[in-house]
Design a protein around this ligand. Structure first.
Ligand SMILES: Nc1ncnc2c1ncn2[C@@H]1O[C@H](COP(=O)(O)OP(=O)(O)O)[C@@H](O)[C@H]1O
Ligand SMILES: [Mg+2]
Length: 381
């Protein structure tokens, strides 16, 4: 039997990436257009599972294919140190000993976990300049991809990257930075002056849901390439079940594919596959997102689940049974949940979930989460 082509794993590139053509073209152009082209500092924002990490994989690949060196990092504490190690390694491997020409595509990903011998106090910007000088002689440069820049714990390091990038841009060097993070949490970080200027100059792309035709393609092509086949009606149902959400494209694809033994995927297979996909989505996306929150945050979210659409903040207060300092207390939690990209403001005094299918998840799991969902008063009651 052939392999399941779908990749329902955070950070794993999908068999077919859809709906991102314009954004990828913008990046490719910025590399071609030379130093100073605005897209060379780019930030991708979007909710959990929308495909930010995968975008960084792609922009890194585009750069490698054009002969650039790439360093991939995540904005956890100490990442500037890890970037420096990677730069020194590149210097040693590719520049210092042999002066060897760096050729496109042949430079593999570098493992930054390898500890280098003590370098004394080598200076990051000096090393970066040496590397860029050498690369410039071969008409190429260096790209840094930086994931999860919304993390507060990485803010100091981010300020260093911001400062260095400003210098490299001013000096007209071939240096690019592609970043990714949760939208609201990034905005919260921007209070820090050097980071603000840096981020404001960056090309910002908000990654969104994918259109149904593109979802259909992302499901059908990998299925057919793996030697199976999906009926039209079944495909329509599968597309609908994803809600256009990239993580669900992979999850639905994976579980639907698994359901069919004979190679033909029909509506029954889709029904069973979608059920399994939703369950996995809960444990892969909803559950970890909820775990990061406080008890009161979760109670707030559960109070919203009584509605089928946006909830007014005053209803939440009522359902949570808050009387003392009510509006102030509820607003504080509302703001916290907006900052952590769990909910978003929709019009005056109303909020809705920022994660797809969170309502359904909370309804199904209220008991195990120790939450209660207020029942909705019936009409005419
Ligand atoms: N454009 C896309 N088309 C199809 N699948 C995608 C796309 N973008 C992401 N995916 C899939 O969605 C899942 C989540 O992607 P990831 O990059 O980890 O999201 P994020 O970093 O935003 O949380 C992965 O399984 C990935 O293969
Ligand atoms: Mg990610």
């Amino acid at each position: 039997m052939s392999r399941n082509p779908f990749k329902p794993t955070a950070g794993a590139s999908p068999p077919l990436l859809v709906g991102r053509e314009d954004v990828l073209d913008a990046w490719a152009d910025s590399l071609d257009n030379g130093p100073g082209s605005p897209g060379r500092i780019t930030i991708y924002t979007g909710g959990r599972g929308v495909g930010k990490t995968v975008m960084l994989n792609e922009v890194g690949n585009i750069a490698r294919e054009s002969g650039w060196l790439v360093i991939d990092e995540t904005a956890t504490p100490g990442f500037v140190g890890r970037i420096h190690h990677a730069i020194v390694r590149y210097l040693k491997e590719w520049v210092e000993p042999t002066g060897r020409r760096v050729t496109g595509g042949r430079v593999g990903p570098i493992s930054v976990t390898t500890q280098l011998p003590e370098e004394g106090d080598r200076d990051l910007s000096t090393d970066l300049r040496s590397l860029l000088d050498s690369l410039a002689r071969h008409e190429t440069g260096l790209v840094l991809t930086l994931d999860e820049v919304h993390r507060r714990s990485g803010a100091d390091d981010l300020a260093v990257v911001a400062a260095i990038t400003q210098h490299m841009v001013r000096e007209g060097r071939d240096f690019g930075v592609a970043m990714a993070g949760l939208p609201q949490a990034i905005s919260e970080l921007l209070t820090d002056a050097p980071i603000t200027t840096f981020m404001r100059r960056a090309d910002r792309h908000e990654l969104n849901d994918v259109q149904p035709e593109a979802v259909a393609k992302a499901l059908r092509e990998p299925i057919e390439q793996s030697g199976k086949h999906i009926e039209d009606q079944a495909l329509t149902a599968a597309v609908e079940a994803t809600g256009g959400y990239p993580f669900l494209i992979q999850l639905v694809g994976f579980h639907v594919w698994k359901q069919s033994r004979e190679g033909a995927i029909d509506s029954d297979a889709v029904r069973a596959g979608v059920d399994a996909a939703r369950r996995r989505f809960g444990s892969l996306v909803q559950e970890p997102a909820l775990q990061d929150l406080s008890e009161v945050d979760r109670t707030f979210l559960a109070a919203m689940a009584a509605d089928d659409g946006p909830t007014s903040v005053s209803d939440i207060q009522l359902r949570m049974g808050i009387t003392k300092n009510g509006p102030q207390y509820v607003n504080e939690y509302r703001n916290r949940l907006i900052k952590s990209d769990m909910i978003r403001q929709v019009g005056r005094g109303r909020v809705d979930y920022a994660l797809p299918f969170l309502r359904e998840y909370l309804r199904d799991h209220a008991a195990t989460l120790g939450l209660s969902i207020a029942s909705q008063p019936e009409e005419g009651e």
